[in-house]
Write a protein of this length. Structure first.
Lengths: 160, 160, 160, 160, 160, 160, 160, 160
């Protein structure tokens, strides 16, 4: 059974979204990844959002750029938590994606991560944190992941 | 028969959108105005967009603020021209609405006007310009409207 | 037992954070609200974060303004999901709070909501969405909340 | 007979504007493309705008960068719809072009597209949408274009 | 004979432009002030720019807001120096006016002052500086003006 | 005799400032170019500003980046017109230089050009426009320069 | 003997700078406060900076708005630490002051505080921190000040 | 004995921070450089901050990017002066780091330098300026450093 549904607005987002996918794989969290656009395949998107819970989805991750309506549209059709990844863009460097993703009006929340790859990795971790509330195995992996980060930094030697 | 469909994301947008409405009234262009939200009434919105052409709609005007997905979602469901009005917002003063409205990805255009009331008035005029291409009466009213603006400025006396 | 821990950087944030509190009350989700600052009470903050899970906390909400380190610092000390509310600020209108809250480096996610009161209300709803994954009662309330929003908009009549 | 007049402020804009041209060619919409500057050839520009309707022009597309006065100046001299393409710029990445293009004062609308190539492609599509209101052939092509986009996304397979 | 021509895009700009006017009056520099818009009275504007030198104009001051094309359009039709005053605006606080005024493409310079009243006062002084190059009386007044500013500051007593 | 004094904050600005120099050479306007910094050689800078008029300087051009105090400091020590060129910068792309150059407080004007090379070229032209008021030869060259720009654009053929 | 020299660009900055003054008074650190402008009284400013060390000054605090050259100019004439307070401004809300203050080129540091009153208060505290390195009494007061802030927050009761 | 403690959020910051290190080496100021993160090693960071004074630290330098909480967290745990270096970032070019570093709330100052390498170099110099108050040798080196900068500029010859 699926637990996380990742939706990206364009196949070109995959390189960035790969950071989220790697985390889910590392944490052995089953997921599904789809290219679906709020603007180009609005009906397929809605259909997908509505069926996802039946396939086990507990959390959505939505990645889109520019006028990034995707995460908000997903949130409009579900009561599951939606995590948004604002894609870096060519001209405005992701400021457009960020404001479109994060500035949701009252009533329909989207949980925005940071712009680009850092945000994508964090989307994977945040999905794990949500699932980890009731799944001790994931909780354990999160603790281990934090520990590895900590040890890596502690062992860093600077050559001056 | 309706010719313009105005959609606003919240009833609080009406004061701003009133500028567009006044223009359409002044130009005697039949229109319909609805409150419908891309985030709070997504299905009613899609239904409305799909039925509007049957009631005569040739042009959509969509006004929304913050993560302003409305105009883009309208554009996703129609091949009619969609004019977007980015609403002024409390914290970011409409920069969020503007970028969400104007920065549409390739394939699904939205015609963004300026932020707030000036943009709303221009949305009404731009709808008239589109309809005026094949409707000489509207064309005549646009010419008259421009002339009045011109004369008003020409007759302005500055007291120094 | 507590389920959500709300931390705000200053008592002056309470008016904004009240929007989150109202949602949690409305949804009958037990919570605790504390004033604790990443900069002024760093040790009390860490102590609070570490003890919160023992009192039942499953989700943190952190509200702070300007150089808003609070949500990130909470996230540094927990593997529970942390929701950030960027406070509107006097000079930069919350752009500083937003970037400080949302632009978390890879590894330590914070789920940023929109700036100010809309973001605070959404923080409450998003916390409910997370808890609603495994709590059907909350899920039911979320569905009802969405329905009320939808009906309110559908019943809006515009006087032209 | 011409139906769309494309004006660009500099020959260096052609690479970007080419996206609009490709759409018009694909849709078999007759057009004319000219280099004319609001700042460097103001009189030739005005003359061109005024004569264009006689040659069949129904819609203007204007592309310019930096202090992008072009679209606004075109709009000042016509009652036909004017679509603006804000060019990406070297230092401010098109934010200057965008604000100059979109922030038109009340009375003289310009329909701004997004910055750069995406905006140029959308300018072509938006011109087609305007003409498609009264030209069923173009309407059919727009439907087909949307369908192709939709199918392309639906057929996208992600390799994980 | 006139020496400075002040053009403002709207009569509502007069309160701000008054700062420039006061300087010119104080320095006894003859000037003319007109409301003329690049967008609403483009032909009257061009006519005015072309005739101004015959009435003695040596320097233009142009004040406009939002997509502030005015100063650039003046510069397009003259080889006299053009000083631009970006007006403060309701939503973007003058950032739109500033970028539209200052970001002129190579070949057609506009001398941008700061946003709003400070910029308007400086426009008056800068016009005086230009005229002061060959007019010793104005030069003397500029020296006196600077001296008064200096003395005012030197005599400021702070009560602690 | 010198007529324009060009000051740049760092020798690395020379590539950009070269655009202004080329214009002055082309217009045969005698000038002097110096590297002097408001922050690193404040006293040499003041000395240079004060002596420049004796060597014939009628106009200053000041180019600086980041916290670009140079043009403002020049303006503080002279009643001659000061033209500022905001340099493009590595991180903020010249937005810092632009705001530091253009946002002068009331009383001490700086005439800001656009960011980078376009602004540098315009600084040269604007200096010529100031000098051209009383020097018919320069006026003639400005007319010729404008004409060449116009003809170049008029002769541009677009290959579609 | 003086230990801190506070310079503000305009007497209107006093209300903001008062926050720094209150801290210095509270910590019993002798200081002097002067109105001196980098643009309007450049020579008096330099003279003051050069004489201040003789009167005991160990730290400068400089407050200015818009194109805020003041702190940088102070830093150019001293090897003592210079703390900058970017003033909130009418149009750009202090973003101009902030970038002018903080974006100093390599070689001449300015220590920028936050915009407006919070920054002014912090300027006072930071000056105390510098002096506290070698003055145990000030160090003790800083510890006490931090403690009071901590206790105030700890004692805050939230009424829900 | 150590006098300056440099903390960077990630080993990838070392290239930038190297500019500060070079200054401290050049000025023969003993220092220690550590990689420690406010988000990934919060406890090790606090422990380090608290022990640093015992090893001689008088000044902290903290370099971090994105939501740059590091300098603020250091400042929360010490009464020694903390200098912040906002790192340049991939998408927002350091604007996020700058606002996170500089916009500290009242009570806990951080002295922000400019973004990136210029800021890092200035952090080293500013630390020297603080130490130079009571250490004449460092004062002498600062004077010499300023002199070298001055002479370098004075000796710059521009080839035209």
């Amino acid at each position: 059974m699926n637990r996380v549904s990742i939706i990206m607005g364009s196949v070109s987002d995959l390189e960035t979204v790969g950071e989220a996918i790697n985390i889910l794989k590392e944490f052995k969290i089953p997921f599904e990844a789809k290219v679906l656009s709020a603007h180009r395949t609005p009906k397929e998107l809605i259909k997908y959002i509505e069926q996802a819970p039946k396939k086990g989805t507990k959390v959505f991750i939505a990645a889109a750029g520019m006028s990034a309506a995707l995460a908000g549209v997903v949130a409009a059709h579900t009561i599951l938590p939606v995590i948004g990844i604002p894609m870096e863009t060519k001209s405005l460097k992701g400021l457009d994606s960020l404001l479109s993703t994060v500035q949701m009006p009252a009533g329909i929340p989207v949980a925005s991560m940071s712009i680009g790859k850092a945000g994508a990795r964090n989307a994977g971790i945040f999905a794990a944190e949500i699932l980890g509330i009731s799944d001790k195995k994931i909780g354990g992996k999160l603790l281990a992941y934090k520990k590895v980060m900590r040890i890596k930094i502690k062992n860093t030697k600077i050559k001056l």
